[in-house]
Each structure stands twice: as C-alpha cells, then as structure tokens.
Design a protein. Structure first.
Length: 485
C-alpha cells in the first residue's frame, strides 16, 4: 500500500478534463470527460487512508471511500466496484451530480494543504467501467417472497428502495405518473450534468431484475381519470412507500408577474429534457419554453437556477443573465456550477431583486432594485434589504423563475386525511420506522425532507427498505402466531 497510496505530496489534484467552452455551449452532453485508467489510479493513490475518514463521515451513504480508492489505485477495479455498489445504488450518478465540495471532498483531510482527493470522479469511473466490462448484473434474489410492495414515485428514493427490497425477494411494483423512470434525474437535471442514457440503463437493469414498473400511472391524483386511488394501492400491496418528491414551485408576485414569457424553472427544464429525449413538446416547439434567440433573465441563486442559465446558453439565447439577491459568497448554488456557467457566458447580476415585470401582454423587461447585505439572521445567513432609489431595468423576452420548491398540499391531493403532514408540508414519518401515520404506509426522499439531494433520497430509500422489511417480517410473525393459536 505504501507505494501506491499517500501520493498527495507529489501528485497534484486533477479533476477530469472539461470539454472546451465552444464545444459544450452547443450541445447537452456532459461537460466532464471520463478519467483514463491511469488517471483514476494516480488520483486514487493520493488518498492518505485516514483512520477516521471524514470523507465517509460526510457522505450521506457512509460510502467506504478509502477502501475503493485503495482498490482502484491497485488496479483491482472489480473489487472496487463491489465495495462501492454495496452502499450506493447509483454510484455513477452520485459521482456525477453530488455537490462533492459540500460533502465528501469538502471534508477530505488533505483538502486544506493539497486539494482534496477527486472522490466523485473516481466513484463515477469505477461504475462506468463496471458497466463497460459487464460486471453490473441484474438483481437475482435467492428466494422469492409472496409479499408485495407498491412504491409511488420512480425517482432516486423510490428506485433505491425498490432495488433493496427486490434483492430480498419481495414483489416490487413502482408506479409513476411519468413515462420514464428517474424523477428529477430524468426531467429536472440537464444532460450536461447527467446524460439521460445513464439513467435509462438503470431502468433496463432494474426491470431485468424483476421490478415491475407501471409508468404513466398516477396515484391519488383527483385531476386524472386514469389515476389509481391510494386506498386501492393499499389493498393491493402488503406495504406502500410514498416517494413522490416535491414539485410546487415557489412563486414571485408583483406588478406584471402574470405576463406571458414568465415561466417556471421546472416547466422550462422538463421541456428541454423531453425535447432532448426525442419527445414532441408543443410549448418547446412554439417557443414558449425555448430560449433560442431570446434575452433571458433567470431569477434565483440555487442549483436549479444554474441549470436554467446553462440550458438557455445551449438553446442559443441572445443573452443570459442571472439575477440573485445575495452575493456570490452567500448563494446556495454550488460554486463549481457558477464557475461553469460564467465560463459558458452567463452574466451574474449579484445583489439584485426583481420588483416588477414590464411589458404589454408579453414580458419585455425586469425592473430590479439593488440589495445590500445586513447582519446574519437566526439561520446564520446574511439578511438582505433593498437599497433606496436603486432601480434599474434588464431587457428580457423570457424570464425563468427558479426560486426553489415546496411540497404540494398533500392531504387534499391524496384524499387521505389520516396521512399526517408536518408544518412544512412534508409527510410525517417516524425517525427510524419511516412509517407515516397510516399503518403499512412509508415515505422517503424529498417528500419527507423537502427539496434536497439525490444522494439523500437514495439514503432514505435504503433506510425505508430496511424498515419495510422489518415491518413485514413482524406482521408475518403475528399472522403465524395467530394461526398457531
Ligand atoms: P423525485 O426525483 O422528485 O421523484 C419523484 C417521482 O414521483 C417522480 O418521478 C414523479 O413523477 C413521481 N410522482 C409524484 N407524484 C406522483 C403521483 N401522484 N403518482 C405517481 N407518481 C408520482 N440533486 C443532486 O444531488 N444534485 C444535483 O445536481 C441536483 N440538481 C437538481 C436540479 C434540478 C433542476 C432539480 C429540480 C433538483 C435537483 N437536485 C439535485 C435534487 C434532486 O433531483 C432531488 O432531491 C431528488 O431527485 C429527490 O428524489 P425523490 O426520489 O425524493 O423525488
Ligand atoms: Fe461523495 Fe456523493 Fe459519492 Fe458520497 S455518494 S462519496 S457524497 S460523491
Ligand atoms: Fe482519503 Fe481524504 Fe478520505 Fe482521508 S479524507 S480517507 S485522504 S479521501
């Protein structure tokens, strides 16, 4: 080990190369190239094999990072894949889109003096290689159980739970209102961060492992005549998991906010992703949800806003500006993504907030005011307030609102008054039982946490699967005891 590891003092950090700006501005392919084998080995060898690995401590999945780095450095990639996939259902996806600077890499002990180990890129490399070499096999449960679980939502939370439960031999059915699996991984996150084939190849694998998908099938949706009532789903399955995510966009009011040409981020990104997947999207074709040739203003400073500005660049917008009320240091979005957006030609207008939308029927501009930062509030974030007499106007043909997401008004949606929600509008579950207030009904992912991350949804899905399994085992014992009495 001594020879291959602890190389950080003389091997510099090297993230995978990015494609040139000119090339990547015109397509939706991922911007980072894959590591070559020798690069992955050399970068893995920089790890100092910490006794207490803070990288793992700060990974929501507690991945055994030092172990798979060592195996990669030693060229034992098949073993690295086994270790990596033991704790993560989608390592190649997390390796691409986790905000590593806030999680594993941001807590790597060599970060301060030598720059962190490139953990995410190696994680992606291991599983991409495993796919290429045919090591990724469909689930083959050792036993088949008769009990079935109905999962609502084929996002990362629902999929991770499904895979874990299927491994134990349960009959797993996933229902999703969309026609493709992946949730926000397929229709929210753009291809330049996560190419769609990466998600779709997981679909084929999960299906080959016996998970049954019911796509284009909503549950509990009163506006959909084809919907399955939630009560029907409960009767059909021994347990139900709700992993439906959060989709209600935070809105912005003020004069002119109802003008044409002011759209929601998720509508805009979904249209772009669907069009890229070959679907006909009327609002994209008509130009309503297409930035081509337009002066675009995106409002917001999170990762969704970054995805919108960079999508607009690729659609051939005339100009793309991002309006954010705080400054660069206080924005919630990943600084790496801000850097990528700037390289691609996005202009950031920091410390500015919209106060009115201008236009006659259709938006032609945004009137904004300058903002100033004040003292930190109770959450530790700097308060913001407007600067007097500082209004200015940005010309705009398309305004995209990217202010974050909230849960829907759940009890009304499901028609289930027994399903308790928290004061934040998320589903209430037991801390470790993952069970909602309805017996045998569990929940995981954003619908429990509020808008979060793919890696946390995977974690919740895995934990919920364990909870469901012990619930079903207990129920089975009770049935057997009663039968024996
Ligand atoms: P979702 O992924 O939202 O999946 C929920 C599924 O449930 C959907 O497929 C939906 O169709 C289905 N569903 C909902 N209601 C019903 C119903 N009534 N009947 C049937 N099906 C239903 N996270 C990262 O880690 N990295 C990123 O770079 C990143 N970028 C993001 C970019 C954008 C634009 C957005 C919006 C989010 C991003 N996230 C990112 C967050 C991440 O995508 C989510 O935290 C994660 O997908 C949540 O997983 P989930 O399984 O809880 O829900
Ligand atoms: Fe880092 Fe995410 Fe991988 Fe964990 S899952 S090691 S946080 S990239
Ligand atoms: Fe290796 Fe960094 Fe993790 Fe330590 S914290 S085990 S150096 S990756």
């Amino acid at each position: 080990m001594a020879e291959r590891m602890l190389q950080f003092t003389h091997v510099a950090q090297h993230q995978p190369d990015k494609r040139g700006v000119g090339e990547r501005r015109v397509d939706f392919d991922e911007i980072y190239r894959a590591f070559k084998v020798e690069e992955a080995e050399a970068q893995s060898g920089r790890c100092s094999q910490c006794g207490v690995p803070f990288c793992s401590v700060h990974c929501p999945l507690s991945n055994n990072i030092p172990d798979w780095l060592k195996l990669t450095a030693e060229g034992r990639l098949d073993e690295a894949y086994e270790v990596s996939s033991a704790t993560n259902n989608f390592p190649e996806i997390c390796g691409r889109i986790c905000p590593q600077d806030r999680l594993c890499e941001g807590n790597c002990v060599i970060e301060k003096s030598f720059e962190s180990v490139t953990i995410g890129a190696v994680e992606r490399f291991i599983t991409d290689t495993a796919f290429e070499r045919g090591w990724v096999r469909p689930i083959a449960p050792r036993i088949e159980r008769s009990q079935s679980i109905g999962i609502v939502g084929a996002g990362p939370g629902g999929l991770a739970a499904a895979e874990q439960l299927r491994k134990q031999g349960y009959q797993v059915h996933i229902y999703d209102r969309y026609d493709r699996i992946g949730g926000l991984m397929i229709y929210g996150i753009p291809g330049f961060k996560l190419e769609k084939e990466i998600v779709l190849r997981r679909h084929a694998l999960l299906e080959a492992g016996g998970i049954q998908f019911h796509l284009g099938q909503s549950v509990g949706d009163v506006d959909d005549a084809e919907t399955i009532a939630f009560s029907t789903l409960r009767e059909r399955h021994d347990a139900v998991l709700i992993a439906t995510g959060v989709y209600k966009s935070r809105d912005i009011g003020g004069p002119g906010s109802g003008l044409d040409g002011i759209v929601k981020a998720l509508d805009y990104l979904t249209a772009s992703n669907r069009s890229g997947l070959g679907d006909t999207v009327a609002d994209f074709e008509s130009g309503l949800l297409n930035a081509h040739g337009k002066r675009v203003v995106v409002i917001g400073g999170g990762d969704t806003a970054m995805d919108c500005v960079r999508t607009a660049v690729r659609q051939g917008a005339a100009s793309v500006k991002c309006l954010y009320r705080r400054d660069r240091a206080n924005m919630p979005g990943s600084l790496r993504e801000v850097g990528n957006a700037e390289d691609e030609g996005v202009e950031f207008v920091w410390l500015a907030a919209p106060e009115a939308f201008l236009g006659d029927g259709r938006v032609t501009g945004v009137r904004a005011v300058r903002m100033k930062l004040g003292m930190a509030d109770a959450t530790g974030r700097a308060a913001v307030g407007p600067v007097a007499d500082s209004a200015f106007t940005l010309q705009a043909d398309l305004v995209i609102k990217a202010l974050g997401f909230d849960p829907e008004d759940l009890p009304t949606l499901w028609g289930e008054p027994g399903l308790e929600i928290s004061r934040w509008g998320t589903l209430k579950v037991g801390r470790t039982s993952f069970m909602t207030s309805l017996p045998g009904v569990f929940a995981a992912g954003d619908i429990v946490r509020g808008a979060s991350l793919v890696v946390w949804a995977i974690r919740d899905g895995r934990d919920a699967a364990v909870a469901i399994q012990s619930h079903l085992a207990e129920r089975e014992q009770v049935i057997q005891r009663v039968a024996a009495e």
